[in-house]
Unconditional design. Structure first.
Length: 351
């Protein structure tokens, strides 16, 4: 493999050693970044790890976007039209990725470009904290302190990109139409030869969670280290999205049984308890209606199995709605039947 040598090094090193750039110079780099990222998006490639360390400078002073190891391709998009793998660098990751409800690759890349622009023009990160939970709270809030000494156009651009709502965040087309962005702007013209570029799928080491990848629909979902850390109860951020009390709505336990065996056993158990069961894409949904003190009550529970290693799995149970007592009884029974007897036991996200 032969790679171009970017003699200017990382943009991160340049900012760290010399400080913030002038608005004119910073805008030039930002224009090139947007041209490069939008070109990738037009080809169906979403970077998902844009940061200063992955922006290189060549001998002519132009930027080169590098490190596509976490990139997603069109086949990684699920049926809902969204990506679902939680990945990226904490300070640059978009809030919708942390929400773990699916995200648009282009919109999340735009957020990362906004963080890069902020650092280029100020010399420091818009969201930063040693405590990950606190950092993620700042990202969800999406209200960075924008210096007043920046021009109104720059402040407006940063504010529109670092919008925590992906539905209202500015698009690539909107950025390119912005008056501040268009100052001294010369659009990049891709080489015609690049139109026939061949992308080898096997060059991408990480397959989007949920894509086929040779795995059957009944196989448990593989999780990466980023997601595993996010499962920690202290980093659970469901309170940002749920108005009601979410205590004990999500419970996990580990098991050494195989993934297929776990799903089969869960299905047998909930069926015996009178639940109606639905299976789809390796996930199980169980719904039960019963009478409590002459009143009709209901309970809906979702179960999913995650593979940490070939011999270790995590069972996650989520209550959508219904009787908490019956839900707790179900969780206890499943843990007693399937859980690792040497493990920690039932772990609530609010524990």
């Amino acid at each position: 493999m032969v790679l171009e040598y970017a003699t200017g090094g990382e943009l991160f090193v340049r900012i760290a050693s010399k400080g913030k750039l002038s608005e004119a110079e910073g805008r030039k780099f930002f224009q090139q970044l947007i041209d490069g990222v939008s070109y990738c998006h037009n080809k169906g490639v979403f970077h998902r790890d844009l940061k200063l360390e992955n922006v290189l400078i060549d001998d002519k002073g132009n930027i080169k976007i590098s490190d596509f190891g976490l990139s997603a391709l069109p086949q990684h998009i699920r049926e809902d039209g969204l990506l679902h793998t939680t990945c990226g660098s904490p300070n640059y990751v978009a809030p919708e990725i942390l929400a773990n409800r699916g995200y648009d690759g282009a919109t999340s890349d735009i957020w990362s470009c906004g963080v890069i622009l902020y650092v280029i023009l100020t010399g420091y990160l818009p969201f930063d904290d040693r405590n990950l939970a606190v950092l993620y709270q700042k990202i969800f809030k999406g209200d960075p302190q924008i210096p007043k000494w920046l021009s109104p156009g720059a402040r407006n651009m940063i504010r529109r990109i670092l919008d925590p709502n992906p539905e209202t965040r500015i698009t690539m087309a909107g950025i390119k139409e912005d008056d501040w962005f268009k100052q001294d702007y010369t659009p990049a013209v891709p080489d015609d030869e690049e139109e026939d570029i061949y992308i080898d799928d096997e060059a991408f080491s990480m397959c989007e969670v949920g894509c086929d990848g040779g795995r059957s629909q009944e196989s448990p979902t593989l999780i990466n280290a980023f997601q595993l850390i996010g499962m920690s109860s202290c980093l659970d951020l469901s309170g940002f999205f749920e108005k009601e009390d979410v205590s004990e709505r999500k419970i996990r336990f580990t098991s050494y049984r195989s993934g297929k065996d776990l799903l089969a056993k869960i299905q047998d158990t909930v069926t015996e308890m009178g639940f109606r069961v639905q299976m789809r894409n390796g996930k199980l949904k169980a719904t039960q209606e019963h009478t409590v003190q002459k009143r009709l009550a209901s309970l809906s529970v979702a179960a999913e199995v995650f593979e940490i290693s070939p011999s270790l799995y995590v069972v996650e149970l989520r209550k959508s709605y219904g009787d908490s007592t019956v839900y707790r009884q179900l969780c206890t029974k499943l843990f007693n039947d399937l859980g690792d007897p040497q493990g920690q036991g039932l772990v609530s996200t609010e524990a």
